[in-house]
Design a protein around this ligand. Sequence first.
Ligand SMILES: NC(=O)c1ccc[n+]([C@@H]2O[C@H](COP(=O)([O-])OP(=O)(O)OC[C@H]3O[C@@H](n4cnc5c(N)ncnc54)[C@H](OP(=O)(O)O)[C@@H]3O)[C@@H](O)[C@H]2O)c1
Length: 425
Amino acid sequence: MVNYWIVGVWAIASVCWAEIIRDFYHVASHYWPPLYKLHAWHHRVFRPNLTPVSETIYKQAHWRHDVPEAATMMVFGLLLWVAAYLWLPEYHWGAAAGCVYTLSFLLSAIARGCGIKGADELTDITHQPGNFLTPPGNWFVNKPYHWKHHFDNQNAYYCGTFTLIDKLMGTALSLKGKTVAVTGASGTLGHLLLKHLHKAGAKVIALTSGNQTITLNIDGENLPMKTITWQIGQEAELAKLLEKVDILVINHGINVQGERTPEAIAKSYEINTFSALRLMELFLLTVRTNENIANKEVWVNTSEAEVIPALSPLYELSKRALGDLVTLRRIDAPCIIRKLILGPFKSNLNPIGIMSPDWVAQQIVNQAKADARNIIVTINPLTFILFPVKEFFVSLYFQIFSRKAISESKAAMTPEKSSVSAKIS
Ligand SMILES: NC(=O)c1ccc[n+]([C@@H]2O[C@H](COP(=O)([O-])OP(=O)(O)OC[C@H]3O[C@@H](n4cnc5c(N)ncnc54)[C@H](OP(=O)(O)O)[C@@H]3O)[C@@H](O)[C@H]2O)c1
């Protein structure tokens, strides 16, 4: 008797195989000059608003890239089918699913190449002009994600349907040329984050509450960074600067250790929670255009204290409050918001921290390039289980029992207008 589970597994595997071949064909198209000559047409054809520059180039782009890409997927799909036939003859029909799946792409690419009316709108959804309604997808390629391949960095964001290969290659986020501002810049982690972001090709801006110019030591050379001074409570003064920032890293923080006075409570919440929230909201107000939706991001350093005791009640309380507010806000935020969930590392704030801050900063950058929305760097294995479970259920609870303001949902339909109407002062 035929076991339908095994046929199903072959079917899913053959579709994933087709997507892997598509992504590698695309990567090869950028690295192997004969293929790039053909693929270049695909890049020539679109303007930043995704309208084609000409119908002729649009059709040629399909004959030169999309059709050969789908044909390559078909050849490899047939090879998999033959392998399935030789290995498990009873179940080989499952592997045919990948060929049928690929055939739909081959036929639609031919239809677009022939200029059949409506074929593009129906089958080329990542290249349709119009407003971006959500930030770039995390596991699935959507229009903003693919737009970044065309107009942010052509040597990143290669994937066509699932983002897995980009995540594995570290090309799911390109930091090259991005303007990244980091708060707490004179602190241990802030300083090292600036260094690793700079090394990854970002144009970094140090945001500090001190008045020293931040200098980075890169390969033995001291490089003074663009340094902006700000103060808690005066976040609004950064509004103009944030317009030009692609990625804001909210990293400043304090730990009042065992204190529990009213002053310590106020200080912990004001610095760790409310100033971070005000900065995040101020930044979200700058997300207006399709380009902003695709490229802008906020990273918030909330800490492992969201789920693990830090032996400092006020630190935990203020960081958990920030963590929950970020969870609430990112349900329908206009751009990507990442959380940094870090375990104890050695710093001014935590002199007995175990991890090396340099290693932590490097891991943060690596995970961001893999598009991790929750960047977890810790030596505590419990955090890898507790945090995702907590985040999932808290987010679900917030989604069920809170709603988007009506004015806000209208604004989200027209990204030219500000997508966040409420300003926290
Ligand atoms: N160390 C750990 O074990 C650990 C673990 C998890 C998470 N974290 C988090 O990582 C972040 C960086 O901490 P760190 O360990 O690198 O500590 P750090 O060396 O003490 O750096 C924190 C920085 O925050 C800024 N800051 C402090 N008070 C401020 C104020 N009143 N107004 C504005 N900025 C203020 C300061 O930078 P400027 O003077 O440049 O403004 C300070 O150098 C913090 O959010 C912390 O909670 C740390």
